[in-house]
Design a protein around this ligand. Structure first.
Ligand code: APR
Length: 314
C-alpha cells in the first residue's frame, strides 16, 4: 500500500459491501480492502472496481482478500458480512446465522485493526453492533451501527415525492431500532426548514412513517432474493467518510447508550456526532412523552433480545 493514504476495510464483498466500496472509491477516500470468505468474489470485484477507476476518475488501491492480515492497520472497518433477509423474514430471524459471523469478524478486527473505528451494517443491526462491541472489546465510541441514515433517507425520499421537491431539501429524522420498532419523528422533519406538518396532512405523514418502517421489507418482497443494498451501502460509506474526514456530521446511528434517553447497556438509533473518534457525542433531543415511550419500547425490545437470544447479561 502506498504510504499516506488511509485504509478502509470492507468485510463482506456481497451486495452491500461492494456498493459501499464503490461509493468509497468514487469519493476518493483512501485505499480499500474487501474481505470475504469467498476470496475470488472479493478479488474479482476489487479488480473490476479498480478498472472502473479510469472511467470514473478515481485511483487508489482496491484489493480483495480472505485473510485478516490484509486489513492490518485499517482506519475504518465496515462490516457487511452475513446473510440478508428473504421474503417473509424479519431482521431478527437472522440472529443465529449472523451472530457467529460477527464473532469471527470481530476477532479478526481486534487482532489486525485494533485502532480502527468499526461501522456495522449486518442485520439485525442493533444486536449485531452490540455483539461486535463485545467481541472486539473496543470502547463503545469506536463501534457504531448503520441504520438511521438509511431509515431517514427512506423517509426523506417518500416526503420528497409527496411534497414534490428535491430529496436534497428534505431532512428527516428516524430513531430507534432498525426494525419494526423504529421511530420516525415528523416533528424533527423539515423541508428547507419548513416543518412537514405545514406541508402534508396528518394521514399522509402517518402513512409515510409506516412505509418507512417497512421500507426494507418492501424491497425484500420486490427483489424476492436478498435485500436492499444501494442505500444501505451508500449510507455506510457516508459514515466512513464522516470518520475519515473528521466531518463531525450529526447523523442518526446505532450507538451505545449509557443513561441517554433513560436507557442503559443497549445499542439503538439516536442522533450522534460522527468524527475521527467515532461517536463523539450523543445528542439528546427534547422528545414528547409519546416519542420517548416509543424510543424506549424499541430499546427494551432489543435489550430483551440481547438477553434471551444472545445471552448477554443473563
Ligand atoms: N466472513 C467474511 N465474509 C462473509 C462471512 C464471513 N464469515 N460470511 C459470509 N460472508 C460474505 C458472503 O460470502 C457474502 O459475499 O458476506 C457477503 C454477504 O453478501 P450478500 O449475501 O450479498 O448480502 P448483502 O445484501 O450484502 O447483505 C449483507 O447487510 O444489510 C445487511 O441484512 C443485510 O445482514 C445482511 C448484510
Amino acid at each position: 500500500m502506498p504510504a499516506g493514504r488511509r485504509t478502509i476495510a470492507v468485510i463482506g464483498a456481497g451486495n452491500v459491501g461492494a456498493t459501499c466500496a464503490f461509493a468509497l472509491a468514487e469519493r476518493k477516500l483512501g485505499n480499500i480492502v474487501m474481505l470475504d470468505i469467498f476470496e475470488g468474489f472479493a478479488k474479482g470485484k476489487a479488480l473490476d472496481m479498480s478498472q472502473a477507476g479510469q472511467i470514473l476518475n478515481y485511483d487508489g488501491v482496491i484489493t480483495g482478500t480472505s485473510s485478516y492480515e490484509d486489513i492490518a492497520g485499517a482506519d475504518v472497518v465496515v462490516v457487511t458480512s452475513g446473510f440478508p433477509r428473504q421474503p417473509g423474514m424479519t431482521r431478527e430471524d437472522l440472529i443465529s446465522k449472523n451472530a457467529g459471523i460477527i464473532s469471527e469478524v470481530g476477532n479478526g478486527i481486534r487482532e489486525y485493526a485494533p485502532d480502527s473505528i468499526v461501522i456495522v451494517v449486518t442485520n439485525p443491526l442493533d444486536l449485531m453492533t452490540y455483539h461486535m462491541w463485545k467481541t472486539t472489546g473496543f470502547p463503545a465510541e469506536r463501534v457504531v451501527g448503520q441504520a438511521g441514515i438509511l431509515d431517514s433517507a427512506r423517509m426523506t425520499h417518500f416526503i420528497a415525492e409527496a411534497v414534490g421537491v428535491s430529496n436534497e431539501d428534505v431532512q428527516a429524522m428516524v430513531l430507534g431500532g432498525h426494525g419494526d420498532t423504529m421511530v420516525p419523528l415528523p416533528r424533527y422533519t423539515t423541508v428547507s426548514g419548513i416543518p412537514i406538518t405545514q406541508l402534508l396532512d396528518d394521514e399522509t405523514i402517518r402513512s409515510i412513517g409506516e412505509r418507512t418502517a417497512g421500507g426494507g421489507g418492501e424491497i425484500v418482497k420486490l427483489l424476492e432474493r436478498g435485500s436492499a443494498f444501494y442505500a444501505p451501502g451508500s449510507a455506510a460509506a457516508i459514515m466512513a467518510e464522516a470518520v475519515l474526514e473528521d466531518r463531525k456530521r450529526l447523523l442518526p446511528c446505532s450507538a451505545y447508550l449509557n443513561g441517554e434517553y433513560g436507557m442503559n447497556d443497549v445499542y439503538i438509533g439516536v442522533p450522534v456526532v460522527l468524527g475521527k473518534n467515532g461517536v463523539e457525542r450523543i445528542v439528546e433531543l427534547d422528545l414528547e412523552d409519546s416519542e420517548l415511550e416509543s424510543l424506549q419500547a424499541s430499546g427494551s425490545f432489543y435489550k430483551t433480545q440481547l438477553t434471551d437470544v444472545l445471552n448477554y447479561g443473563a
